[in-house]
Ligand binder design. Structure first.
Ligand SMILES: Cc1ncc(COP(=O)(O)O)c(C=O)c1O
Length: 343
């Protein structure tokens, strides 16, 4: 009954086997390993993007921060949702790597930026001339921090607003695989075909040990990314172990199978919760993150039964939780939780 986060899960056996296999003998360092050639080819094929530049880093935070640093000058503005991970959970890393650029928060229900609010925020920033930060990029998160999923059309609509103003568009895809299987879209449809310039492509939350890819659809930005990654201290010397995780992840569609399982467990939990009269879901569940709300005393009862998750601030007289299912969640985990909740 461990639902704190999908990064509380271990690594999938296939990923561990790929890392073990990569341990034999010698390999070139700093990203010049043969496995990285394989990763590049796999990602270019999966995204139908033969020119894309592909790099690996160890955390989602640095994938986002470096992606934004190549998209925005120090005097620029990045438009993102009020509760975007880059705004609330990265300790200022994006601003740090962008050398002081500003995140401008855009409201919207259920974790999704409202297109009209995005347009207004960009127009307002443009109107401030030399006194304000200059609009430079839009950052979209899919799966959102509220556990909802943007459709391809919704991503394309936000990207089109940014592009109409000449802005770069970044997608925080820490849970990109979960969003893809939820929508049935292809990787190309969810990214460059929808107007995305740079993608943070998550692996860690979906069964890897610790690897994220940055996929840059405009290769003109590639060298700058390489320099910033090295300067920022994120070019791994024993890079083959990052490459091995990513090749294992992409091999035979493992990444999509793991995400489909996590989402199926999310759907199983959603069905169970929906049948309980005192339980309400704060946001529609799109993939593997749920925000249920229930009566006082429930946290204590669930904790006593051995359930682990994060409690959230709730209106008076109620309690809220965030539950995250993962590639390793079992049906029994979900059913035991629901039984404990029923009391
Ligand atoms: C949407 C989103 N983006 C980025 C990250 C950052 O990942 P990391 O914790 O590996 O830096 C997370 C992690 O929780 C996340 O949920």
């Amino acid at each position: 009954m461990w639902f704190t986060s999908d990064n509380a899960s271990g690594a999938a056996p296939e990923i561990m086997a790929a890392v073990q296999a990569a341990n034999a003998g010698y390999a070139r360092s700093y990203g010049a390993d043969a496995l990285m050639d394989q990763v590049r080819a796999q990602i270019r094929a999966a995204f139908e993007a033969p020119e894309a530049a592909v790099y690996l880093v160890a955390t989602g935070t640095v994938a986002n921060a470096l992606s934004l640093a190549i998209s925005c000058p120090p005097w620029g503005a990045v438009f993102c949702h009020t509760h975007a991970h880059i705004a609330e959970d990265e300790c200022g890393a994006p601003e740090f790597y962008m050398h002081g650029a500003k995140l401008v928060l855009v409201a919207g229900d259920h974790g999704k930026m409202d297109p009209a609010a995005l347009s207004m925020a960009i127009e307002k920033a443009k109107g401030s001339g030399v006194h304000g930060v200059q609009p430079a990029a839009v950052s979209i998160t899919n799966v959102t921090e509220a556990g909802t999923v943007y459709s391809v059309a919704e991503v394309a609509a936000l990207a089109a607003i940014g592009r109409a103003h000449g802005l770069a568009v970044h997608l925080d895809g820490a849970r990109f695989a979960n969003a893809l299987v939820a929508t049935g879209a292809t990787p190309a449809e969810m990214t460059w075909k929808a107007g995305i310039d740079v993608l943070s492509f998550g692996g860690t939350k979906n069964g890897c040990m610790g690897v994220e890819a940055v996929v840059i659809f405009d290769p003109a930005k590639a060298w700058e990314f390489e320099l910033r990654r090295k300067r920022g201290g994120h070019l791994a010397s024993k890079h083959r172990f990052l490459s091995a995780q990513m090749t294992g992840y992409l091999e035979d569609g493992l990444w999509l199978r793991l995400a489909a399982h996590a989402n199926a467990m999310g759907a199983r939990m959603t069905r169970g919760l929906s049948q309980m009269p005192d339980v309400a879901l704060v946001h529609p569940v799109g993939a593997n993150i749920l925000f249920p709300e229930w009566g006082l005393g429930t946290h204590a009862r669930l904790e006593a039964a051995g359930a682990a998750y994060y409690p959230f601030t709730a209106p008076a007289g109620r309690e809220r939780a965030r539950l995250v299912t993962s590639w390793s969640t079992t049906e029994a985990d979900v059913d035991n939780f629901l039984t404990a909740l029923r009391g």
